[in-house]
Design a protein around this ligand. Sequence first.
Ligand code: PA5
Length: 445
Amino acid sequence: MITLNVEKTFGFISKENVNAYEKKVQEAQEMLENGTGEGNDFLGWLHLPSSITQEHLNDLKATAQVLRENCDVVVVAGIGGSYLGARAVIEALSNSFAWLQEKKDSPVILYAGHNIGEDYLYELTEYLKGKKFGVINISKSGTTTETALAFRLLRKQCEDQRGKEMAQKVIVAITDAKKGAARLTADKEGYKSFIIPDNVGGRFSVLTPVGLLPIAVAGYDIEKLVAGAVAMEKACGKDVPFAENPAALYAATRNELYKNGKKIEILVNFNPKLHYVNEWWKQLYGESEGKDNKGIFPAAVDFSTDLHSMGQWIQEGERTIFETVISVEHANHNLLVPSDEENLDGLNYLAGKRVDEVNKMAELGTQLAHVDGGVPNLRLTIPALNEESIGGLLYFFEKACGISGYILGVNPFNQPGVEAYKKNMFALLNKPGYEEASKAIQARL
Ligand code: PA5
């Protein structure tokens, strides 16, 4: 189970002031439960884990099996909430070098539709030449340009390479029940499809087919992932007392820090496999809280790697930051530092220790140094990198995000600011329907 320790924020903020959030947290919990807050049409994630049926999981697993049996590579096409959750889980659980191994137990999972890099897409399509590949096309709106463009390329290549019949088998759509181009194509072509519920926004959708299907294709146990989330749904429930409720405590502490000038939260991991959990978290908190000219800026680092790049800034730069560290209690493998007779590198003092013990001392040493340097520190501990822990971690962050956004006084479930760049891009590309905007934007150039 996940534990949260906020002791190392006291001294920067007081425990009394954090505890004083109890009432606000309770109000936020009730707004979520009763659907009385802003964005209440997007609360489908709240009790999603406990409402997932075995039948649904079986359907996902059966579809995953079709892709696993017929593909050496599966490309997940999606952007933002339509790909980050799947990538976060898959990378947290994967062997870092699996894709380089000759004999693979599962299809290689690649990603597209999350950028418009011509070189990226060229190189991807080159790599896929001659390969048995499939595509999971994920878009709630079904009209996102980045994803639609990548899917157009991938679909054509898949059909050309594998034939129409096989393409129909290995292309799966995850989209809205009725609207959008992705739905239209899926229905017309007869692709297997899954629905993204109307009331679940992209960044809260990892436990819908958006995350669950790619994770199952990659070979991970989605039942355990969901079980971890269910346990966390209970642990963060409305009736769990404030001091025992990790989501409540996290939401309260970060809001109190923000009030005291700590405008930037850095999510820290000491495990490279958590890089995309950081990326997923940045989207979750950035899109949920960054509006109405307020919101903590969510940043992220991978330690100890980034201690050699960002460490200086964090230790001695402007004191407007705090850190939330994800600490993984147990490594999954055992690797000892060998002894060396000559000891030329001077490392014999570590001989016989586990590499993870060295990592843990880097973690502890960093925490003490950063607190001494004026950086409040929260620590989230998860037992290990496995499905249950990651499922719990994702739900924990979602629940805390809903509470935190309501405490901050914003609608945590919309993202109106994301539209601004799209309007300009469509105007610049002369998209039909944007004629007036095109003229106006051309006049500004
Ligand atoms: O959280 C969100 O709503 C966004 O990040 C979306 O997931 C992202 O823009 C992709 O949208 P869509 O799934 O409609 O293609």
